[in-house]
Design a protein around this ligand. Structure first.
Ligand SMILES: [Ca+2]
Ligand SMILES: [Ca+2]
Ligand SMILES: [Ca+2]
Length: 320
């Protein structure tokens, strides 16, 4: 068993106000520039404070709050929820399933994974980058977003809100590197403001070949009846397809959403989407399925018979 203590070191990087600038072509569809700051986030999160907030707790100190572990389905009391020797945070960063002991990280020098949460009107996009020792300077890192049929990068320094370092422990090899955890804060209203879809991507590429990412990750967010939901591949326990989990706290989700269910959709890929990094999916059927989340059957079934374009990690990395 590992007996390490996670080393969580907050780094004051890009401290102060940061901005998310919408490029000119997209600005025509809505707000041109919104600014928020880490201070505002703290105020938002403290609203209604009557003591320690259990949703913000991080009992296992892996950098993933209880709220985020709820969305991932992992445990905030156990660093390694599926007891395969790999901590949940490492599995997030290295794209293996933290709820399946058969799924463990593949060998890689760098890797990246993403997730998200919403809280009091704030959307937090969480990026976990695994980098083996000495590799970090050799790679370049890019974040961007896709909205209204366009994909655009976000300049570094405009998206880094808070940053933590955690040791990356390989159960066979010991400590092999770091997981860099970046939290990016965006107004949740962005998801609805641009037609009900907002995607984020993060890519890692060799500095000498920036056009060919070696790893990439995406989060695809939709606005469904005032809830922001995150699209993810269905877990191995379910049929192939996608699930859509609401990102709010459980207490914020209306009673019209049934607990212990998740929206599942069967989709097939039609082809590349119009924006770089996107694919077009045909939504063929939908249902609320057993999984520890929330489902609204009406909203879940809304898209059946239509197509949707979303960011796809495979459209960035490893494809010609
Ligand atoms: Ca945790
Ligand atoms: Ca694990
Ligand atoms: Ca696993």
């Amino acid at each position: 068993m590992s007996n390490h203590r996670p080393l969580s070191r907050a780094v004051n990087w890009a401290r102060g106000a940061f901005t998310l600038a919408i490029p000119a072509g997209i600005a025509a569809t809505g707000a041109a520039l919104l600014v928020c700051s880490p201070t505002e986030e703290k105020v938002l999160l403290a609203a209604g404070d009557g003591g320690p907030d259990p949703y913000l707790a991080d009992q296992d100190q892996d950098g993933l709050q209880y709220h985020v572990e709820m969305i991932l389905g992992t445990s905030d009391a156990e660093l390694d929820s599926d007891f395969d020797g790999w901590d949940d945070l490492i599995e997030l960063a290295r794209n293996s399933d933290p709820l399946n002991a058969v799924s463990t990280p593949e060998a890689a020098l760098v890797d990246v994974g993403m997730t998200a949460k919403t809280d009091g009107g704030a959307l937090t996009v969480i990026t976990a980058i695994y980098t083996s020792f000495s590799q970090f300077p050799d790679f370049g890192y890019d974040m961007g977003f896709s909205v209204a049929g366009q994909t655009a990068p976000i300049p570094l320094g405009m998206y880094v809100g808070t940053l933590q370092l955690h040791p990356a422990i390989d159960p066979a090899l010991g400590m092999t590197g770091w997981v860099i955890l970046i939290e990016t804060l965006v107004p949740e209203s962005f998801v609805a403001a641009f037609g009900g879809y907002l995607g984020f991507y993060f890519t890692v590429a060799h500095k000498d070949d920036p056009a060919s990412p070696v790893s990439s990750s995406v989060v695809n967010l939709f606005n469904w009846g005032d809830q922001t939901v995150m699209m993810q591949p269905a877990p191995s326990s379910m049929q192939a397809g996608s699930t859509y989990k609401p990102l709010g706290r459980g207490e914020d989700i209306p009673s019209t959403w049934s607990q212990d269910l998740v929206c599942w959709q069967q989709t097939s890929e039609v082809g590349a989407g119009t924006a770089p990094g996107t694919i077009e999916l045909s939504i063929e059927q939908a249902a609320c399925e057993d999984l520890d989340s929330y489902c609204n059957a009406t909203l879940c079934a809304n898209g059946v018979g239509t197509t949707t374009q979303v960011l796809d990690a495979g459209a960035f990395a490893g494809q010609e």
